[in-house]
Design a binder for this molecule. Structure first.
Ligand code: AMP
Ligand code: GLY
Length: 423
């Protein structure tokens, strides 16, 4: 079968690598792809939001399965377009991707179906939001309703900051239409865990847990980013917590979506906070996490394409997911200055060191090829993943491998997975 992957980041590189191992795949394409993905897939120069062009390409090239990696096309309805054209596609339709596309929708869903999450209020009028803040407790969390590249969440420690936040999101519209509606949410404390899962509309199969590091600097200092590194599994995600989440969060979410006439087929990413009152949902995403995929997929034993096919056909209840009894750590190599201002176009050296090394992976996030050289082409450049029998070893291996790579403005966090020392 020919498979088309849509996206161009480290997550799509991990998906392409995993797809390349499948017995069902004869040829891989990726639109638009990147220099790393090109090792497994023929990259096609069509943007992820060009649905009609992508569907035409899929028909002309007899693509048997299209996998959508990114949130924007999912929320924008790419799956609906492909289905209308009679094409097989893995991912939620727009009416289900709204779980990620609208925070107001997902909060209302959780409230209606008693899925544990932070208390909240929703506002369409900045004046009402400001009035509400007058009597609120701080810190408090402001969230732009729509997609904002993971940057539409502001944690405000004072009334003044929160007023400024309302202004930024609702009046100045820093995140565009994503800020037409604002969710103001109770601030929760605890440890964060990401759990990705496959869903077929009725059945849900959670994968192994992972933890992201969202801030740019060591010690969780600095600006929020797309994610600076991950580890898997999370030692804080115990069997007891898992059992609770399966019943009260994972299955409850799939049942709620089905009851709303919005059956969810694809990946549901649960961003969880392990609070003193138990696990609560921070956010839903409708796709693999980036860089969560870079530590979860290398540990997965199943043929990912077979699992995706089972989701599309509604027979996920026949599938048992299996993960290796080991650990993985991913350290993101970024361009110095990310997520603000940074330079691109630096030559990357040392990539060949990963060839033939079992348990080590270098996933490209922002790279391009020019005259036979691989150059940096984004804020997040590469994700260096290593496995090990336990988290400590995986972490040491990942930081060894970080040193194999060299480019001029290379920047990375030194404390990815350090939290495991407290476990
Ligand atoms: P989100 O995009 O909703 O995952 O939010 C980004 C980050 O903001 C999360 O990973 C958390 O670290 C933080 N965050 C979001 N909501 C809350 C909350 N209610 N309480 C505390 N931290 C939060
Ligand atoms: N790593 C967080 C995300 O993919 O949204």
């Amino acid at each position: 079968m020919k498979v088309l992957i849509i996206g161009s980041g480290g997550r799509e590189h991990a998906i392409a690598w995993k797809a390349s191992q499948s017995s069902l795949v004869d040829k891989l394409y990726c639109a638009p792809g990147n220099a790393g993905i090109a090792q497994y897939a023929e990259c096609v120069d069509i943007g992820a939001m060009e649905f009609e062009k992508l569907a035409t390409f899929a028909k002309e090239h007899e693509i048997g399965l299209t996998i959508v990696g990114m949130d924007d096309p999912l929320v924008g309805g790419i799956v609906d377009v492909f289905e209308r054209e009679g094409l097989r596609v893995f991912g939620p339709r727009a009416n289900a991707a709204i779980l990620e596309g609208s925070k107001a929708f997902s909060k209302d869903l959780m409230k209606k179906y008693n899925i544990p999450t932070a208390a909240y209020e929703t506002f369409r009028d900045p004046g009402e939001a400001l009035a509400y803040l007058e009597q609120a407790k701080f810190p408090i969390v402001l969230k732009a309703d729509g997609l904002a590249l993971g940057k539409g969440v502001l944690i405000c420690s004072s009334l003044e900051e929160a007023r400024e936040g309302v202004n930024t999101i609702m009046t100045e519209k820093k995140f565009g239409d994503a800020g037409n509606c604002l969710v103001i949410e109770e601030f929760m404390t605890g440890r964060e865990v990401s759990v990705l899962s496959f869903a077929d509309g009725k059945t849900i199969r959670p994968m192994t847990s992972a933890q992201d590091h969202k801030r740019a600097g060591d010690g969780d200092q600095g600006l929020n980013t797309g994610g600076m590194g991950t580890f898997s599994p999370s030692p804080f995600y115990t069997e007891e917590i898992d059992n609770y989440c399966r019943e009260h969060i994972y299955q409850a979410t799939v049942d709620a979506m089905a009851a709303e006439g919005r059956p969810f087929t694809g990946i549901i990413f649960f961003g969880l906070m392990l609070t003193e009152d138990g696990p609560k949902v921070l956010e839903y995403n409708a796709r693999f996490g980036d860089p969560e995929a870079q530590v979860v997929l290398p540990r997965m034993e199943n043929d990912m394409i077979q699992v995706m096919e089972a989701c599309i056909d509604g027979r996920l209840d026949d599938v048992e997911l299996q993960f290796q009894e080991n650990a993985a750590v991913c350290v993101v190599l970024a361009s110095d200055g990310y997520p603000r201002h940074y330079e691109k176009g630096k030559e990357i050296r040392g990539l060949e060191a990963f060839e033939g090394k079992d348990g080590y992976y270098v996933f490209h996030a922002g790279t391009r090829k020019e005259n036979g050289k691989i150059l940096t082409n984004g804020g997040r450049v590469l994700g260096v993943t290593a496995k090990g029998p336990d988290l400590k070893t995986a972490r040491a291996n990942a930081y060894d491998a970080v040193e194999w790579i060299d480019f001029d403005n290379k920047y990375f966090r030194h404390d990815i997975g350090k939290a495991i020392e407290e476990a």
